[in-house]
Design a protein around this ligand. Sequence first.
Ligand code: AMP
Length: 405
Amino acid sequence: MSFAKLGLKEPILRGVADAGYEQPTDIQANAIPKILRGAELIGLGQTGSGKTAAFGLPMLNRLCGGEPGLRGLIIVPTRELCVQVAENLRTYAKYTGLHVCTAFGGVDMSIQESAFKRGVDVVVACPGRLIDHLERRNLSLEKVEMVVLDESDRMLDMGFMPQIRRIFVRLPQERQNLLFSATMPEEVEGLVADFLPNAERVQIGTRSQSAKTISHRFASVAAADKAHALETLLRREDGKVLIFVNKKLGCERLGNQLKRAGLPADSIHGDKGAEARHVCLQAFTRGKVRFLVATDVAARGIDVDDVTLVVNYDFPLGLEDYIHRTGRTGRAGRSGRALSLVAPMERRLYEMVAGHLAGKKVANAPKAPGRGYGMPKKRSGDGPRGKSRGKPGGRSRSRAASASS
Ligand code: AMP
């Protein structure tokens, strides 16, 4: 299957070639012909499955050669995703003459307003900032023909439902709606029932499925030993590692700790300003920072293809988060690894995820350390850092279970 056979116009095909894509991914091959036919669509794809082009290419195809003006709207949950989706679209749109603008918070509104004035055909927007622009009449949605809700599961998790409703009442009745989501929890089904009742579904793999290219390993580590275990692990890694924590404060603290240990590390979380987050992401993309500590929300838009390992420093609080996090590696058909450090109090969460991955035969933690990820031994001279440190058998506390797909 080639992109040319999907029915895309010539300028779009040139943009796709510039992006370096040779063949459509599964979701693209499935979704693009349907969207080009004008169908409403719910795209359920594994993380890293190529969703952006799956909706971006047919949108640009529809707008290409038409009247100028805002006719395509893409709503995303985070500013990082906003920037990345817009960057991808600009590459695809290079030969179309279409203008792609962004609207996200944390930066001066007037810069975005000036960009709209220079000409805008597609806006990629976070809900809150889009509403601000609409209220100031910097933008009008009255000519919008196509709307995409991207990462809908995350959008609802972040409490954006009221804003989404406010945006939808400003849209023309006649329009094509697309909804993309990595997972399909009940709230998203509710959104679908309200806005896309007759949509076709394109589903790749089973629901809430983790990419097949990711191997999943779990190591049992006492909470007080996690930082030391991580540091030792990172010293052996020569690729890019994304480390997830559950809280912003812990994120900053762990990032600083790794930096002080002399590792090329940094942290990204919601309390950092837009500029600082952008600089941090650039450094990670370029490999200047190889170990990035992130919260779930801050990591949403990270579109770095060569993350070799995802570490769950804190175990995610739900299955969906586990899938989103580990989906940051093993992207676009590459293989990736996920390692979760499981403290005794996180055991239940681990069992829930392990149960879900059961098809991949995740074992309960065996006694012997897992090959390749044997947790670090206690260094002589280390003082006790937690209650459990220094007890006999401290080394064997770091037991690993591993499962590779
Ligand atoms: P996405 O799921 O849209 O975030 O895409 C994940 C990664 O796959 C991005 O880096 C895309 O540039 C890349 N990608 C998307 N479609 C293709 C394709 N057909 N061939 C190669 N890479 C692709």
